[in-house]
Design a protein around this ligand. Structure first.
Ligand code: NAX
Ligand code: ADP
Ligand code: K
Length: 520
């Protein structure tokens, strides 16, 4: 699902208005009706007090349309105008007049803290104060109103985006944003719904269709996309009846040091279960017996050294290599890594200590072949690209890095983001059960396995993160968050593949329904 920028949202509105020969207030009517339909389907006429707080722009206009329809359907509605400016938008004013025709209850204007209404915890608050048009700091009394909402503990539904949240930067203070329980967002999720720093403002969201022109939606290239099942499904490669192990590539996992051989075992096993035809692990000598015992399907090549990798030599021709897991950063290992990088021609995935070595020896970056995949968690990323001011700065710095070195970077974490050629691909699967040692090694194995099977770098990253998260989502049903371990993620990989062809996708219009614990 594409994520449109603020400018693209405005352009989509303009395009639709022109193409469908409608007025902007007709489009606002659609938006308001979609809000009404959503609420009406759930409230079924219940007499619960609904307090609608409208700003003076088009977000407020949406609130006014909603108020009119709720009132004319007999709902118990009180409408407030949060009068933070005189510059009321044209469509706000049209709907302000229309509301007058529907009700004798004139909307109440709020100009200061003295005007705040009492709000009971049993009420429903509709937050239609600021939408994507927020462009400067908010007045203190309006922020006080946000706090008043929060203190009431009333269920709060935000129209389009929680008021106070910018589309392109992170708020300075937590109190500057409405704490909403649900966001009903028009046509497209916003990028801030997926970033670590703004996640605390996002509980649940749903997309409401307001029939923005289909051609516009299809043909507009967006900076970001969130990938669900039906986005990754076309990447899936079917198996041919007469295929054989040679048809599915040979993956090589290079890593491990004394005490960290398990990481290589996890990666190698993951590559196997991702479907690779053959797997070889390159480890220090101490890894030989554990690997041959734990993973009989794998072939093992050992370094001359017992505990460390000191010289990466092998006589196989791998279709993809994953390097860095459990590797350590000993000087001899750094030398071996350097010489490997200079000579390697196979598609490459670099993780963990491989990334740390690169960070400490930036001169090595020039040896990265085009489409190399780097899989840093945020700390590794910081070592690689330097510090950032906020999540948006992080994304633009990562993009610059990706462009400069012609690589693909997966920023791991909840909603892992694959950054490739100026675009962001946001993963939609996974859960906090994955916050446990070794799950990153599993991801590296899966992605290396896919790459060896002939998936492109972008496909391997997107499909790999999807499968990895999906396995964890399926696994927690039986393991719970606390007891999920990296090996479980591998065990459920088969289920994740099967799930691609099963049951309808969890609607992306909603945050995935997870057990109570992760709901904030
Ligand atoms: N074509 C349309 O009319 C549609 C508009 N939509 C709604 O329109 C919203 C965007 O509307 P607007 O662009 O009017 O903007 P908003 O309603 O988000 O913002 C209100 C106005 O306040 C001003 N403003 C921004 N920050 C301020 C601050 N801190 N203090 C005081 N004033 C501030 C802005 O200049 C803007 O004009 C969307 O989020 C969505 O809810 C939807 O109705 C869909 C269709
Ligand atoms: N809260 C979370 N929600 C979803 N995925 C997560 C979460 N925490 C971690 N992950 C995923 O788990 C993996 C952890 O990788 P990493 O930090 O490298 O672990 P390790 O080095 O121990 O293997 C990444 O794929 C990351 O996206
Ligand atoms: K809002």
């Amino acid at each position: 699902m594409k994520i449109f920028s603020k400018e693209q949202i405005y352009e989509g509105d303009r395009f639709t208005i022109k193409k469908q020969n409608i007025s902007s207030s007709e489009l606002m009517e659609r938006a308001g009706i979609s809000l009404f339909n959503w609420l009406d389907a759930r409230l079924q006429g219940a007499p619960v007090p609904i307090l609608i707080f409208c700003g003076i722009g088009n977000n407020g206009g949406d609130g006014l349309v909603l108020a009119r329809h709720l009132i004319s359907h007999g709902y118990n509605v009180k409408t407030f105008i949060v009068d933070f400016s005189d510059k009321r938008s044209k469509d706000f004013l049209i709907n302000y007049e229309r509301l007058k025709e529907t009700t004798k209850d004139w909307p109440v204007s709020i100009h200061s803290v003295d005007d705040f209404p009492e709000i009971s915890s049993q009420d429903i608050i509709i937050d239609a104060i600021f939408g994507v048009g927020l462009n400067r700091p908010i007045s203190d009394w309006v922020i006080a109103l946000f706090k008043h909402f929060k203190a009431s503990k009333a269920l709060t539904v935000s129209v389009d985006i929680p008021s106070g949240l910018y589309t392109d930067k992170t708020p300075k203070h937590e109190d500057d944003v409405v704490t909403s329980n649900l966001i009903l967002s028009f046509q497209t999720p916003k990028l801030v719904f997926f970033l670590p720093e703004t996640d605390k403002y996002i509980d649940q969201w749903e997309i409401l269709n307001i029939d923005i022109d289909a051609t516009y939606l299809e043909t507009t290239e967006t900076e970001a996309e969130v990938l669900g099942k039906y986005d990754v499904l076309p990447m899936y490669k079917q198996r041919d009846k007469f295929s054989h192990k040679g048809s599915y590539g040979h993956a090589l996992i290079i890593g491990g040091s004394y005490g960290k051989i398990g990481a290589v075992q996890l990666s190698s096993r993951s590559a196997l279960l991702s479907g690779v035809g053959l797997i070889t692990a390159f480890v220090p000598k101490c890894g030989y017996i554990p690997l041959q015992t734990a993973l009989p399907e794998a072939m093992v090549i050992t370094d001359a050294d017992k505990k460390l990798i000191t010289d990466i030599v092998f006589d196989i021709i791998p279709d993809a290599v994953g390097i860095g897991i459990g590797l350590g950063t000993d000087e001899k290992t750094v030398k071996a890594f350097e010489s490997f990088l200079k000579n390697n021609t196979a598609p490459l995935v670099i993780d963990a200590d491989g990334l740390n070595i690169l960070s400490k020896n930036k001169a090595l970056l020039k040896y990265l072949k085009e489409d190399t995949i780097l899989t840093p968690h945020p700390k590794e990323l910081k070592r690689l690209i330097g510090d950032w001011e906020d999540d948006f700065d992080k994304l633009s710095k990562t993009k610059a890095f990706v462009k400069k070195h012609k690589v693909l970077v997966i920023i791991k974490g909840a909603n892992s983001i694959s950054v490739y050629q100026d675009k962001l691909y946001i993963n939609s699967t996974g859960n906090p059960g994955l916050a446990t040692g070794g799950t990153g090694d599993v991801l590296t194995g899966i992605i290396t396995g896919l790459r060896a099977q002939g998936y492109t770098a972008l496909e391997s990253a997107c499909f790999g993160t999807y499968l990895h998260g999906k396995s964890a989502d399926l696994a927690i049903e039986f393991k719970g968050y606390q007891s999920l371990i990296a090996s479980d993620v591998i065990s459920y990989l088969g289920q994740a593949y099967l799930d691609l062809f099963k049951q309808a996708d969890t609607p992306l219009s909603e945050k995935e329904q997870k057990p109570e614990e992760v709901k904030k």
